[in-house]
Design a protein around this ligand. Sequence first.
Ligand SMILES: NC(=O)c1ccc[n+]([C@@H]2O[C@H](COP(=O)([O-])OP(=O)(O)OC[C@H]3O[C@@H](n4cnc5c(N)ncnc54)[C@H](O)[C@@H]3O)[C@@H](O)[C@H]2O)c1
Ligand SMILES: O=C(O)C[C@H](O)C(=O)O
Ligand SMILES: [Mg+2]
Length: 599
Amino acid sequence: MWRLARSAATNLRRFSTAIPGPCIVHKRGTDILHDPWFNKDTGFPLTERDRLGLRGLLPPRVISFEQQYDRFMESYRSLEKNTQGQQEGVVSLAKWRILNRLHDRNETLYYRVLIDNIEDFAPIIYTPTVGLVCQNYSGLFRRPRGMYFSAKDKGEMMSMIYNWPAHEVDMIVLTDGSRILGLGDLGVQGIGIPIGKLDVYVAAAGINPQRILPVMLDVGTNNQNLLEDRLYLGLRQPRLEGEEYLSIIDEFMEAVHARWPKAIVQFEDFQMKWAFETLQRYRKRFCMFNDDIQGTAGVALAGLLGTVRAQGRPLTDFVNQKIVVVGAGSAGLGVLGMAVQAVSRMAGAAANPQFFLLDKDGLITKARKNIDPAAAPFAKAPGEIEGLGLREGANLVDVVKKVKPHVLLGLSGVGGIFNEEVLKAMRESDSTKPAIFAMSNPTLNAECTAVDAFKHAGEHIVFASGSPFKHVDLGNGKVGHVNQANNMYLFPGVGLGALLSGSHFISDGMLLAAAECLASYITDEEIQQGILYPPTRSIRHITAEVGAAVVQAAVSEELAEGHGDVGARELMQMSKEEIVEYVTHNMWYPVYSPLVHEK
Ligand SMILES: NC(=O)c1ccc[n+]([C@@H]2O[C@H](COP(=O)([O-])OP(=O)(O)OC[C@H]3O[C@@H](n4cnc5c(N)ncnc54)[C@H](O)[C@@H]3O)[C@@H](O)[C@H]2O)c1
Ligand SMILES: O=C(O)C[C@H](O)C(=O)O
Ligand SMILES: [Mg+2]
């Protein structure tokens, strides 16, 4: 395993004195102060104020970047102090507002505070607060961010795409708002998700914020409350369906490809039917992936392999693990698809994985009427479950009691579905260290809380959740470790690696390499403490490694065509260490660059 020193994690360049290269700006005066890409607020040096026509437009004192940083953090900390004891949602939204104001004003400072304080700020700009932000979007809306394409724009997208001010775009996150976290159809309000995901791209993968584009494709909403809400900002019409729907997505993808043929497009929070359909439709034509299907699968597989190690078993024992997956949507099916691939690689195609899949109607078997074609490959044959006393539609408690699974993994979007009875049934698991993954987001939609998991299933479990929970005090100085099993550990590296490889599409091999890299990142000592994933504070470091693994896989599959000055041949000649260096070197880091005006 190749890796940089882990200590070099996030603050790598915080105190670097290297002079950053200049940045060309085509504006002057107040236009610069109003542009968060270039604005430095009171940080503009006097010479720059002269050069850019800013003299007199700012108070005379020049404040250093570090002073600005400290001033922001002080106001953030006093907000924390002043809101102590208030309702959690109110506090989170207040924190989101103060961060969002900075985002709107000065992106360099915003991303620096985000990178340095990612553990504190990820739950605000990302899951879970981002869910609350989406729910309250109409009320919170002050200014637009990203682009909005609606069903009314049909035929216009090819020209609209040129309204975006940046010449280059590397990363696009796209949603149609139809399945926002576990919150359902939020229509245009779902734009908060691409914004949050791209913030993670900047913070974790070092994608330049001037080269990101959050996109909302508004094809209507089936959420009656929104349709009746007079402040709703999206199209007030039911969602387009069938060919009408696909023609909108087709047009958008063509427009993006025409302007930025190398941009990576991440599909996010599409309802299941469109998630699978669009993935199949575009994955070989464009450089795109579906984060909920493929990103989640990789993160879950890394965690599942970790649980095998936690039991003190060799990785190949994965083929014998009994895994109950609750939720047969885009995420659950994505996870099972990748897990089955892993089993067949380990034990050959004839292997018979012991995976059990449930949806809202219980255990899915081949006897299920109108079974979803995407779920069909994972349906149990009657012969496989009769011996266990199970049948089509068996409920969760029964399944857990009878299967005695090694792992119980929830991607159902249903909060609390791992109730006391289910968790207590996990005490009878055949594993020495049963694992519980409550992966649904946001927090209230998690299948169980961390406290309940340790209380009811036992202190020896391994626990992971999609949204962050605090570690659990088990008494006597013992701590129940809480892992965050969230695709944020994977998608930034997948996007970054795909971009830097120059591959025209994202192959299964590239995704698998990402998952394996994440899985092998954790040491045996950490695994023994129930740690399956790195802490959020090392996300930039793990992302560099995942990105490098993705580039490496693209090179070995002969898909890599290079990026910028680095061509396919150079990539092929690089050692693993050099690829990590290449990736790290290409990660943007927020510092004030000297601005040079050009007409
Ligand atoms: N942690 C992560 O990284 C991550 C990644 C992707 C999705 N998620 C979360 O997973 C959840 C599901 O996402 P999705 O895209 O698969 O959604 P989806 O709508 O495609 O699927 C939801 C599935 O849950 C099933 N379900 C509903 N009620 C159920 C019940 N009572 N018992 C059993 N199954 C039930 C549905 O039948 C469906 O199969 C969301 O909350 C989302 O936030 C988490
Ligand atoms: O957004 C997240 O936190 C993870 C995931 O993509 C989800 O849809 O829940
Ligand atoms: Mg998602």
